[in-house]
Design a protein around this ligand. Structure first.
Ligand code: ZN
Length: 94
């Protein structure tokens, strides 16, 4: 799964989910360049962390802007986004 020319320099075990993940020389280069610490967590776990930061887990009861159907959304009601139910969303976007 690694890119060509990429060499695994270290195998780490995630502190959180205990999955192992590889640190490659390209990774190290990237972390050094951006002055980042070497991660202690599995990439999937880091991905989940980012999602949970972006959107709080809490679900709000909302009404579809278009058809008025009751829906659950992660957007809080005080945000300005227009929220559609899945059906209306799909017909609007595609
Ligand atoms: Zn709708």
């Amino acid at each position: 799964m690694s890119f060509e020319n990429e060499k695994v320099v270290e195998i780490k075990t995630c502190r959180h989910c205990y999955n192992q993940f590889e640190i490659t020389d390209k990774n190290l280069e990237f972390y050094r360049k951006h002055n980042l610490p070497i991660p202690k967590k599995h990439p999937d776990q880091r991905h989940l962390d980012r999602i949970s930061l972006r959107n709080p887990r809490k679900l709000f009861d909302m009404r579809c802007e278009k058809c008025g159907k009751d829906i659950k959304t992660t957007y809080s009601p005080d945000r300005s986004e227009i929220v559609y139910c899945e059906t209306c969303y799909n017909t609007e976007i595609y």
